[in-house]
Design a protein around this ligand. Structure first.
Ligand SMILES: NC(=O)c1ccc[n+]([C@@H]2O[C@H](COP(=O)([O-])OP(=O)(O)OC[C@H]3O[C@@H](n4cnc5c(N)ncnc54)[C@H](OP(=O)(O)O)[C@@H]3O)[C@@H](O)[C@H]2O)c1
Length: 332
């Protein structure tokens, strides 16, 4: 009888996340109730938001100490007590950081077996849909406009920049380090890259965008948000996707300068979104993403780490910028 390997949130971090916040445990194999399925996690998604959930209530309830660490997985149905799912089916489920989970089947959708399967967590998963809807539905770039995106070498950002190029925008990516900047420019086709670790982002953006930024896709918040805000064109749009610069620390003492003054004088639209808001249009978005991938217009970068036990170090490393593209852990 297999046991269930789990990663428990042993204590909430007070400052930067360390491995001390987690402990490995062996739990009993869960048993699905009526309307539930037992799933085995194949790939656990690593998300910057995993860290934000430790800070308190977000778009989901706060994480509790002593509970299995929360997270989503590409998972395979092992046993089903729901009509629309059968053993062998693939689903995206909120399994938490554990090998097996019994989860309600009501909102689970059977996923197609694409090749490679990992694309179901990256470009055909939450990551791809976040980039797609955030940029196109919220940012609404027009051909010829200038789009800037932060965390540009990460999972969401690397897709945002490429989709903006497909739509005819001029694209500036902001990322940490010369190697990531070279990669987004030379391999992904961004027009320009700004290394935020190499100096004044506000000044670098001003040099690259003399007519201002029309759409800023913000993944990081903080100082980079402020630098972009000061460089926005009149009637620009700021897409608030996330604030990874503020997840792994105590909350900052004050917000960015220029709020709300610059929002008024530049007549900006600043809009937040959560990807689930757009799920009614998910099928059409996935079809378009798939077309771009198959045509070679959208490159998908994945960063796969082996072993459930490595989930804590994988998240700590993601927050430190180790990853390029979508980070996930293969459960072996
Ligand atoms: N609204 C939604 O529905 C939704 C859905 C999914 C994700 N998101 C958000 O999208 C953003 C990207 O998430 P992801 O999962 O795709 O992660 P990711 O971009 O793959 O990884 C996080 C990246 O953030 C960068 N970073 C870390 N600390 C930073 C700092 N202080 N300043 C600037 N950059 C920093 C690092 O790259 P560098 O090496 O460049 O620093 C790191 O690689 C997050 O804010 C997340 O919360 C939102």
């Amino acid at each position: 009888m297999p046991t269930n390997r789990q990663i428990i949130l042993a204590q909430k971090p007070n400052g930067k996340l360390t491995a001390e916040s987690f402990r490995l445990a062996e739990g009993p194999m869960p048993s699905p109730g009526e309307g539930e399925v037992l799933v085995k996690a194949r790939y656990v998604s690593l998300d910057a938001a995993n860290r934000a959930w430790m800070q308190g209530v977000t778009y989901r309830s706060a994480l509790e100490t002593g509970a299995v660490m929360a997270g989503g997985s590409l998972a395979e149905v092992v046993e089903s007590r729901a009509d629309h799912l059968a053993p062998g089916d693939l689903v995206f489920a909120e399994t938490g950081w554990q090998a097996y989970a019994a989860v309600p089947a009501k909102n689970l959708v059977k996923l197609p077996r694409v090749e490679p399967l990992t694309h179901l967590l990256s470009v055909y998963g939450v990551t791809g849909l976040t980039a797609y809807f955030g940029l196109l539905n919220v940012g609404q770039p027009q051909a010829g406009e200038t789009v800037a995106v932060s965390a540009a070498a990460g999972a969401v950002g690397s897709l945002v920049g490429q989709i903006a190029k497909i739509k005819g925008s001029r694209v500036i990516g902001i990322a940490g380090g010369a190697a990531k900047c070279a990669w987004i420019r030379d391999e992904l086709g961004f027009d320009e890259a700004v290394d935020y670790k190499a100096g004044d982002v506000r000044r670098q953006l001003r040099g690259l965008c003399p007519d201002g930024i029309d759409v800023y896709f913000d993944n990081v918040g903080g100082d980079i948000f402020e630098a972009a805000l000061f460089n926005m064109a009149n009637h620009g749009r700021i897409v608030c996707c996330g604030a990874v610069s503020q997840y792994d620390d105590v909350p900052p003492a004050h917000g960015p300068r220029g709020v709300p003054g610059l929002i008024v004088t530049k007549r900006l639209r600043v809009e937040g979104f959560v990807v689930m808001d757009f799920y009614a249009s998910r099928d059409a978005a996935l079809a378009e993403l798939r077309g771009w991938v198959e045509a070679g217009k959208l490159k998908v970068q994945e960063d796969v780490i082996d072993g459930l036990d490595n989930l804590p170090v994988a998240l700590i490393g993601l927050l430190a910028g180790e990853n390029r593209g979508k980070r996930m852990v293969r459960v072996v």
